[in-house]
Design a binder for this molecule. Structure first.
Ligand SMILES: Cc1cc2nc3c(=O)[nH]c(=O)nc-3n(C[C@H](O)[C@H](O)[C@H](O)COP(=O)(O)OP(=O)(O)OC[C@H]3O[C@@H](n4cnc5c(N)ncnc54)[C@H](O)[C@@H]3O)c2cc1C
Length: 289
């Protein structure tokens, strides 16, 4: 089912979960177990990221197709412009359509390993906006896009650029947006106000990152431009070596964050699971209780 329809028909905020395609058989076995466990919280859809390398990209297609065929969950396939020509993308979209996949999250993508900036492939695209317009011409998929409440690291004019390009993504055919994860709800609320003032009307679904390993989150955040607020660092610093304590606090903080977001009427919560189920299940169960 198309996510645009699911969002329109929903009478409560949607829960969704994001996964990455594992590189090993063991990792893949863990993914299927994780998906099975997460069924308990009834995600409206599950999304699978798309890596920069060729074999990773094949894995995304295989996993998304298997989710659709075997789990009863609605998959969203991430798709990027990295290393792809229009011809390649066209063939992939045809294959998704034939496999009954209705939902694509259209992204520019991160540079491949070893490169410090994005370079468009000859015969390919520069930006997610180009990919969105291309997929819309394909005329089958519900299209999602990414957006950045604290600004994408490459946005020269900060959040103002992200809002301008979010509006362009909407105008070119994006049905909804999922945000980069953030810990500062105030930044998200400011972003939502500015986006609405700029004419953005598509649902904007906040991305939630449950903290299970604070060192890892600091590394990710430095790369993707997410602020670690001082209050969060102060709480995490004394316990950062204690895995269980970090996970316990990470769950508590995510529950508080989600409660505040839900009170502000967000259309859904998108969990970056990192292929783990425990924290997301604990958070969602508490929100439902
Ligand atoms: C929910 C979510 C899922 C993700 N999944 C993946 C994944 O599966 N695989 C992966 O590799 N990465 C993924 N990413 C990371 C993403 O690919 C990176 O953040 C990437 O650097 C930017 O992608 P984008 O689609 O936002 O690009 P764009 O929207 O193209 O933005 C990139 C930069 O260009 C600017 N810009 C945007 N449009 C234009 C335009 N038309 N003209 C000029 N400048 C423009 C923006 O301000 C920004 O600074 C994901 C991110 C999010 C938030």
């Amino acid at each position: 089912m198309k996510l645009s329809d699911i969002l329109q028909q929903a009478d409560a905020p949607l829960i969704s979960c994001e996964f990455f395609p594992p590189k090993t058989d063991k990792g893949e076995a863990n993914l299927w177990q994780c998906l099975d466990e997460l069924k308990a919280i009834e995600p409206a859809y599950v999304s699978v990221t798309y890596g920069a390398g060729g074999s990773t990209q094949e894995r995304t297609k295989r996993i998304v197709t298997r989710i659709r065929e075997e789990t009863g969950l609605s998959p969203v396939a991430h798709l990027t412009c990295v290393g792809a020509t229009e011809t390649h993308l066209c063939a992939l979209l045809d294959a998704y359509r034939e496999a009954g996949i209705d939902n694509i999250l259209a992204l520019r993508g991160d540079p491949p390993e070893g490169m410090d900036h994005f370079e468009a492939t000859a015969g390919g695209f520069n930006h997610a906006t180009d990919l969105i317009a291309f997929i819309r011409r394909h005329n089958h998929f519900s299209i999602g896009c990414a957006t950045y409440p604290e600004g994408h690291p490459e946005s020269a004019n900060g959040v103002a650029d992200d809002i301008r390009y979010l509006k362009l993504k909407q105008d070119l055919g994006a049905d909804y947006a999922i945000t980069q994860y953030f810990f500062d709800n105030e930044a998200f609320f400011r972003f939502m106000e500015q986006a609405a003032a700029a004419g953005v009307t598509i649902p904007i679904i906040p991305g939630i990152m449950p903290i299970t390993n604070f060192d890892q989150i600091e590394r990710f955040s430095a790369m993707c431009g997410t602020t670690i607020p001082d209050w969060l660092k102060t709480k995490m610093d004394p316990i950062r070596e204690d895995t269980e304590a970090v996970q316990r606090l990470g769950i508590e903080l995510a529950i508080d964050q989600c409660r505040e977001l839900l009170a502000h009427g967000v259309p859904g919560l998108h969990f970056y699971t990192l292929n783990k189920s425990v924290a997301t299940i604990a958070i969602v169960n508490e929100l439902k209780s």
